[in-house]
Write a protein that binds this ligand. Structure first.
Ligand code: 4AD
Ligand code: MG
Length: 462
């Protein structure tokens, strides 16, 4: 079948004026006024194509117009450029084949549904405008990330999904086992993992970072981009049990260099999506978040704030704002604090750096003050933490000392510590929560609406 895609038609409809073409797609709406009808056809591109149906030209006119939303068609007809009309061109059909009818219970019959209802039909919702826009933007943003790092000589790594190490040390891992859970082998009253598939306790990874760091020392600059898993019992709009993380790691790179890379990357991805998905962005700006395009443009045009944790605490304490969680030096900031900084004080993305070491992971570089580590989180308005990263502790002795303090079994990490034994160097990396980036780019406020089949605490669908 020689069909033209609607997206390509929109790009070059002038050159098809008066020519006969074939398009395929699904009905978004069908209207019949006896001798003339209109079919709005969508083939997956964001914009629909208007097909004009004339009774006298189409033997099966009645069969076509009795079809319902969601039915699929193959249409052949002439392109007619219509400069006066709402849409710049339409197709005057000479032949229409009904490929597949749509049962009357097709859930998108009605024009507008609540986002909560659409969440209950994950297999169907991308056929409507909102989710079609969101998931195309997700795809385009992923491509932009690859393009950004590829243009800068980074090597794309696939780190293991199954691991024996808890990178972040938060104990939020999903176990992976083939043991019979109803009949567990025990030894000294504990589960005997030596009888398990890998002969030890293993889990789904929370981050590719530790494995990645070892390989970065072969290439100098790498990134990973894949699914990560956290059994975090946070039933919020920003937490999922499975989410995608993009984690660059860079040798010979300190915290300032790292922030430069983060800022450049975020701006690059926003710029790419705004250009490639202009129609989708316009739709989101109209129906989801009226300040979206202006906000994103501002982000691309302005420098991000770089602020020390200690200074931030000072600002929060002096703010006079009544926070639910009281602010004092040493606390892990809550989203109300993060939002106050990014939305009220600065109204732009804020790099918050040099956090207390006790609230951060073991691998972060210890600062000379003995209290803080060279960590940096990127906080953005509306979302809170978008990126978490740090300069890594490159000094073998300091790292081992910290691992001992935190009760980590140093011998389990000898493969990781090798990086500090063979050519150690100042190096840094970060992890971008990909779903949070998509929320930021689309204005969609719940993580369940930027994942095709969200996995969140308490339930799974599909
Ligand atoms: O800040 P995190 O925990 O950092 C790490 O895992 C580091 N190992 C990354 C690195 O330096 N290579 O997680 C990184 C990002 C967060 O900033 C957040 O955007 C996202 O992952 N994230 C989540 N997204 C959705 N649901 C969750 N439960 C998330 N937990 C973290
Ligand atoms: Mg973090």
């Amino acid at each position: 079948m020689k069909r033209i895609e609607i997206r390509d038609l929109y790009k070059a409809y002038q050159q098809y004026d008066g020519k006969e073409i074939t398009v395929c797609g699904w009905a978004r709406t069908i209207r019949d006024s006896k001798n003339i009808g209109f079919l709005s056809l969508n083939d997956g591109a964001f914009k629909c194509l208007q097909v004009v149906l004339e009774r006298e030209k189409l033997e099966n006119y009645d069969d076509i117009v009795k079809q319902t939303v969601g039915a699929s068609f193959c249409v052949t007809g002439k392109v007619v450029v219509t400069p006066e009309a709402q849409q710049p061109f339409e197709i005057n059909a000479s032949e229409v084949e009904v490929l597949g009818t749509s049962d009357v219970d097709y859930p998108l019959q009605k024009k507008r549904h609540t986002i909560e209802f659409l969440r209950t039909i994950p297999t169907i919702r991308p056929r409507g405008n909102l989710f079609n826009a969101v998931f195309r933007i997700r795809s385009v943003a992923a491509f932009a990330i690859h393009k950004f790092f590829n243009e800068r000589n980074f090597v794309y790594l696939h780190t293991p999904i199954i691991t024996a190490n808890d990178c972040e040390g938060a104990g939020q891992m999903f176990s992976v086992t083939t043991l019979d859970l109803d009949n567990l082998p025990l030894k000294d009253g504990k589960v005997d993992y030596s009888q398990d598939f890998f002969t030890k306790k293993v889990a789904l990874t929370v981050s590719g970072q530790l494995h990645e760091e070892t390989i970065t020392h072969a290439f100098g600059k790498t990134y990973t981009f894949g699914p990560t898993f956290r059994a975090e019992n946070s039933n919020t709009s920003r937490h999922a049990a499975k989410f995608w993380t993009m984690e660059p790691e860079i040798c010979f790179c300190d915290l300032d260099d790292l922030m430069d890379n983060e800022e450049e990357m975020v701006k690059y991805v926003i710029g790419h999506v705004m250009t490639e998905c202009a129609a989708e962005m316009e739709f989101l700006n109209k129906f989801v978040d009226t300040g979206l395009i202006e906000r994103l443009k501002n982000i691309v045009d302005n420098a991000f704030v770089r602020l020390d944790y200690t200074e931030a605490i000072d600002i929060l304490q002096k703010s006079g704002e009544k926070f639910e969680f009281p602010v004092k030096w040493g606390i892990d900031l809550q989203s109300e604090h993060e939002r106050y900084l990014t939305e009220k004080v600065y109204q732009k993305p804020v790099f918050l750096k040099n956090y207390p070491k006790d609230i951060k992971a073991f691998y972060m570089r210890q600062n000379d003050d003995g209290k803080t580590v060279a960590a940096v989180d990127l906080l953005v308005p509306g979302i809170g933490e978008l990126i978490g990263g740090s300069q890594r502790e490159e000094r073998y002795d300091k790292l081992v000392e910290r691992m001992n303090e935190l009760g980590l079994k140093v011998e389990d990490y000898s493969w990781y510590l090798d990086t500090r034994r063979y050519g150690t160097n100042v190096h840094s990396g970060y992890g971008l929560g990909f779903e949070r980036l998509i929320m930021y780019l689309t204005g969609v406020s719940n993580i369940r609406d930027v994942e095709l089949f969200p996995r969140t605490v308490g339930g799974i669908q599909g």
